[in-house]
Design a protein around this ligand. Structure first.
Ligand SMILES: [Zn+2]
Length: 66
């Protein structure tokens, strides 16, 4: 699966703030994510990131259809 900047991911485990939805800010060998609930930014290596993702919502599918 290809992850792109601005995609939304839902993780298996909640962030300590209770949220589990994240926006991708950067991809590569490390992935930078912003918690959509509290706004905190975290970095994960790609492998740990992939293990944590429960659902991936590509940015393309977030657009409303006309
Ligand atoms: Zn949070």
């Amino acid at each position: 699966m290809i992850y792109k900047v601005k995609d939304i991911v839902v993780t298996k485990k909640n962030h300590p703030c209770g949220g589990n939805e994240w926006e991708i800010l950067r991809t590569g060998t490390d992935v930078k994510l912003k918690c959509l609930t509290c706004g905190r930014i975290v970095m994960l290596d790609l492998e740990s990131f992939k293990k944590r993702v429960k659902r991936h919502i590509p940015q393309d599918s977030q657009r409303e259809t006309p």
